[in-house]
Design a protein around this ligand. Structure first.
Ligand SMILES: [Zn+2]
Ligand SMILES: [Zn+2]
Length: 343
């Protein structure tokens, strides 16, 4: 890692446009080598190797408010928790770190992210604009979240009962919905690439899925210079727990495909046994901007994919939704009256 600007000693930060680290003081740029690589490795190959070199250049911080674990460069100062905005941060001992295979660099600066956020907030009719009325630049944090990205071949054998419905017209001409059943059994093989599983317990899989997918074609071999100016999430979910989560998702996908195969809508019972002739992974850092706000003592957060620019969910404006629904129903009642009056 380049610790300080070689020309003036100033603080450095990663600059997506310059493909390097840039000095905050004299704007000198020091390029980083982009070694495009997203190789997966088999499970047997060192599931959790430790790297102490990286750990020694980082410090760990824990948020007393929300419990998030954050990794920072030694020189970096973080005043607020990127997740909850709390200032009650304490420095903790940096343990051994998991070997990081790859990283997707941020593709947009914080300024670009903020401009995008403001434009999006205006566009979203139901977004609660009051929540972000006092939004400031320091409420945005760029963080590398970490994930296991799996390539899996799932060989599945299944057996069970599925159901579907048919419309039936009886003698009096009334339509009835009848549920019918199908016994099914067979083999279903599925190949899944880049199944991305969040490995920090602070963000849920659901949170992360809001901003998927990432484009892994631009993943590079991990270099700690990419972290300059950003924070890094700290993996605290075990590899096996993450894989168990991946397996649940695989079963959900396979179940959906089996239903489609038989033109059925629901599962009555279905047992799926899966074996994996191929299972490989890459432990990867992913760029995310967090937009935080505290409004009426409640914390709100919107996520932005720092590579593709895809936003997660915005907090909804309940009053706006209610008023729109009210207006719509008044309108409908009005139209009914009008038709009734005219006819
Ligand atoms: Zn400089
Ligand atoms: Zn926090």
């Amino acid at each position: 890692m380049i610790e300080k600007c070689k020309n003036c000693g100033g603080k450095l930060f990663f600059s997506p446009k310059d493909k390097g680290v840039k000095c905050a003081n004299c704007a000198s740029v020091f390029p980083i080598k982009y070694n495009y690589n997203f190789t997966k490795k088999p499970f047997e190959q060192n599931v959790e190797p430790k790297v102490d070199k990286l750990a020694s250049s980082l410090k760990s911080i824990k948020c007393k408010n929300c419990g998030a674990n954050i990794m920072l460069n030694k020189q970096q100062i973080q005043a607020k928790c990127p997740y909850c905005g709390s200032t009650t941060l304490i420095e903790t001992k940096t343990g051994k770190l998991m070997y990081i295979d790859s990283l997707i660099p941020f593709a947009m600066t914080k300024e670009e992210a903020i401009a995008k956020f403001k434009a999006n907030l205006l566009k979203k009719f139901y977004a609660n604009k009051r929540v972000f009325a006092k939004f400031k630049e320091e409420d945005v944090v760029g963080a590398y979240i970490n994930a296991f990205v799996f390539d899996l071949i799932a060989d599945c054998s299944y057996a069970g009962v599925l159901s579907y419905t048919v419309e039936h017209r009886d003698k009096e001409g009334r339509t009835q919905t009848i549920t019918k059943y199908k016994d099914v059994a067979g083999i279903h093989n599925k190949r899944i690439n880049n199944l991305t599983i969040e490995s920090d317990s602070y963000l849920t899989q659901g949170d992360m899925m809001q901003i998927l997918p990432f484009d892994y074609a631009s993943a590079v071999t991990f270099e700690d210079d990419f972290l300059q100016g950003y924070v890094m999430e700290y993996k605290d979910r075990l590899f096996n727990d993450c894989f168990a989560n991946a397996e649940r998702i695989v079963k959900r996908i396979v179940q959906r495909e089996i239903l489609q195969k038989y033109n059925c809508q629901d599962v009555v019972t279905l047992t799926i046994n899966v074996s994996y002739p191929k299972k490989e992974y890459n432990y990867c850092l992913l760029p995310v901007y967090f937009f935080n706000s505290t409004y009426k003592n409640k914390h709100y957060r919107v996520l932005l994919n720092g590579q593709t620019g895809k936003f997660g969910k915005f907090p909804k404006d309940g009053l706006r939704i209610f008023l729109t629904a009210l207006f719509a129903s008044v309108l409908i009642v009005g139209i009914i009256f009008l038709i009734w009056f005219l006819v």
